[in-house]
Design a binder for this molecule. Structure first.
Ligand SMILES: [Zn+2]
Length: 491
């Protein structure tokens, strides 16, 4: 290493970089540019930490994201703990938590992976990456499953008057850490370790002959690059509060919309969520997404008003068509965590009441053909039709009447949904309308009862999460399931 008292070029270069970092947000002022620069700063740290491995140490790693990812998870959990007041952690030091976590995992995994260099190292690092990825789905308690762990980055007291809510403050935090990491990583290349990393990269045998252990050099480089990757991860969690604010506003508008949704019956400007056949699953997914977003962002008030809006309009947010499908989506994607929300408990009870009222007991099989009906036509034919419908024995009735009367009967049957089919017998004049009573209504009730049975099962599964709060409902739901299990269509 050459000795130079003052490296003017280096000072100029670093000074210029610092000035560019400081001035950039004054030149690019849009919030998009700020968000972009925050991302860039984070990625610079991550890329340079990768350069420590591949560029300086000649180690091709496919699992480097592990260290920044785990660092990020640790940072988020630390932030949540700080939010609960369990630890004291100024937000600017949060990346350091990520860094220390990255270092710790670097030590842990690096000990295993750096025993070999070259292709072997690359393959093992790939394996470690896959392993950690699998763990993310296996331990939803820590990793939060696919949705991740949510947090509020504006916790605790402002640090030196900085709350890190506004994006500009986040930017300068990232810029500070980015510059500090760049300097530290550059300085590392000037140390004996940095030099030996180059030597091990270029010729491990020779490095070993000189008296260095290439494995230890690789190990140290990996652990240290894990540290910097962890810092990048810890910074990456700091999304700007403006983005959160935008999502909050959108959710507010969505909830307001919910309160104003009307059915086709209320009004002719409607958003028909109530269409029973096709809209069900879609509406369920939409409701689930809305509730999940609100809960993840800790917008409890909005979540409560959304739930209240859904409760107030059972015609639109049908418990069977929207709510239970939404519950099952939430349960699948979120685990049982959301069950602790008070608003969710209300929705669950509401759905349970609805389903119990309809299908706590199996539909009674009809014992005769009596199908009493109400409709308002006073003509003689309709009177005859009513009598036929109410008759417990007569299953088929023939109306030998003129064309207009036949059409009138047909439209009456159709409009009132009488449980009978009607055919025209084209013999003689006038022709005959043959009405035959059917069991369609009972059959569709049976189908409804069957599908309610599977909804009861979803409800029971969810209800276990708060069994102490809804003991009566849960017991009735459970016995409805047992009853449905032994039930056969008896027509
Ligand atoms: Zn009539």
């Amino acid at each position: 290493m050459r000795y130079r008292p003052l490296n003017l070029g280096r000072w100029l270069l670093w000074g210029a970089t610092a000035i560019v970092f400081a001035v950039a947000p004054l030149v690019f002022t849009e919030s998009f540019a700020l968000t972009m620069m925050i991302q860039m700063g984070t990625m610079i740290i991550f890329a340079l930490s990768y350069n420590m491995l591949l560029g300086q140490g000649g180690m091709l790693s496919f699992g480097h994201a592990v260290y920044s990812g785990l660092g990020a998870y640790m940072a988020v959990h630390a932030l949540n703990l700080a939010g609960k007041g369990m630890i004291v952690l100024p937000v600017p030091l949060l990346p350091l938590v990520g860094g220390i976590a990255g270092l710790a995992f670097g030590v842990l995994f690096g000990y295993v992976t750096t025993r070999r260099a070259g292709t072997t190292f690359a393959m093992i690092s790939l394996g470690v990456g896959e392993m950690v990825f699998a763990c993310v789905l296996m331990f939803p308690g820590f990793f939060g499953g696919e949705a991740g762990v949510s947090t509020n980055r504006v916790v605790g007291q402002p640090f030196l008057g900085l709350s890190f809510g506004p994006a500009i403050q986040v930017y300068y935090l990232v810029a500070f850490w980015c510059l500090a990491c760049m300097v530290a990583m550059f300085a590392l290349t000037q140390t004996p370790l940095g030099r030996m990393a180059n030597a091990v990269r270029d010729n491990p045998e020779r490095a070993e002959f000189v008296g260095y252990n290439p494995q230890r050099v690789r190990f140290l480089m990996l652990a240290l690059s894990g540290f910097f990757a962890g810092i990048a991860g810890g910074l990456g969690r700091k999304r700007s509060a403006e983005a959160i604010e935008a999502v909050r506003k959108m959710s507010e508008a969505a909830v307001k919309n919910l309160e104003q949704i009307k059915t086709s019956r209320d009004d002719n400007t409607f958003l028909d969520w109530g269409r029973r056949s096709k809209a069900g699953p879609v509406a369920g997914a939409t409701a689930a997404t809305l509730l999940r977003t609100l809960w993840n962002l800790d917008l409890d008030d909005l979540a409560n008003s959304a739930a209240a809006a859904m409760l107030a309009k059972p015609g639109i947010f049908g418990p069977d068509t929207v709510l239970v499908p939404a519950f099952s989506i939430l349960a699948e994607e979120e685990g049982a965590g959301f069950a602790s929300q008070a608003a969710f408990l209300d929705l669950w009870k509401h759905a349970a009441d609805f389903l119990l009222a309809r299908s706590e007991f199996p539909p009674a099989a009809p014992t005769d053909w009596a199908q009493p009906v109400q409709f308002n036509c006073a003509c003689a034919l309709c009177k005859e039709l009513r009598q036929f419908a109410a008759d417990p024995k007569e299953q088929v009735h023939r109306f030998r009447v003129r064309q207009e009367s036949r059409s009138h009967l047909q439209s009456i049957i159709q409009m009132n949904g009488l449980d009978m089919k009607h055919e025209t017998e084209r013999i003689g004049s006038p022709q005959t309308l043959v009405c035959t009573k059917t069991r369609r209504r009972y059959e569709s009730r049976c189908n409804e009862y069957k599908s309610d049975g599977s909804q009861f099962e979803i409800m029971a599964q969810l209800g276990k999460g708060f069994a102490d709060k809804v003991p009566v409902h849960l017991k009735r739901v459970q016995s409805a399931i047992d009853r449905a299990g032994g039930w056969r269509t008896g027509s």
